[in-house]
Structure formats: structure tokens, C-alpha cells
Ligand binder design. Sequence first.
Ligand SMILES: [Zn+2]
Length: 186
Amino acid sequence: MMDTNNFDPRSVDVATFARRGGCVSGTSALAELARLCDEAHPEARPDAGDELRWQVTGESRAVRGGGAEIWLHLKADAGLALVCQRCLQPVVAGLRVERSFRFVADEHQALAIDADIEEDVLVLSRTFDVIELVEDECLLALPLVPRHEVCPQPLTVAPDPIGLEERKNPFEVLGELKLQRKPSLG
Ligand SMILES: [Zn+2]
């Protein structure tokens, strides 16, 4: 097992992590993920208590007749308050990520493989930022048109001030005016 106490998700030696079959989970403050915060409702931005939960698992996959393939498997979830496109009030979207990435030695290899298959291919690094990748994936997981299933009641009308309901309706007032005039006309 990995020594998970010293694990820094912002700087992962991917090949070593995968060879050891590392599996680490943790949380990061949503408020520190600027790109995700930019997507939040301006009046409901993440605060100190809002967390992104993540898990990263490394895998060294034996391949017949070749070197082992190196993989990272990501899982993450978070709740982010977005702008409802119907009522413009905050609507919390659950962001859920579950993806696997294959790592190769260099950009050339990545391009060659990318053209060939459907896998997500990244270039190996000794200081790979897992949280940045998780943030990328969360951005991709954002709903295109965020909205409530049922919007809350719009707060456009304030409760009637006391006495307003006792005001006479315009037709009654008009009727009274006519009655008052009649005698003077006669
Ligand atoms: Zn709404």
C-alpha cells in the first residue's frame, strides 16, 4: 500500500503511484477551485464548508508483448449552486465524475494513440496535478442548461401591508361618486 499520509494530489508521480497500485481519497475546498467558482451563482458561491470529494486509483496493466500500461482512475463528486436558467435563482447541481486516463511517455505517443482509440490519453509526469484534472472533469460535467425541476415560488410580490386589503375597489369608489353627484345635478 501507498503511504497515503504524504500523498499530495497536486503533485503525483503517476508511474510510481500506478506501479504501487495506489488508491487515495480525500477532499478539497471548492472555494479554492477558481474555474468552478466562476460557474457558481454569484450569490451562492462555495464557502469554506463546501467540499469536492475525490478518489484516485493507480493501475499498472500488464500487456502481452509490451511494457505495462499506466492508468489513473478518477472519481469525484461535489455540489455547486448554479444560476437556474428559468428563475435565475440558485439551483444546486450534483457534479459526478468517473473516468479513466491512460498515461504514455510523451506527446508523440499520446497523439498517435489518441487518433487510434477512444481512450483519454495524457502524458506521464512526476508532478501531475490530479485536482486540476478533477476540476477539468467537473467543468465538463456541468449541466448545459441548469434549472430547477420545479422552480421555487418567485418572490416578486411582497405581503400586503396592513390595511391595504380594506381599500375600496375602484368600481365601488366610482359608484359612490355618481351617487354624490346626482343630487347636485337635479
Ligand atoms: Zn428555477
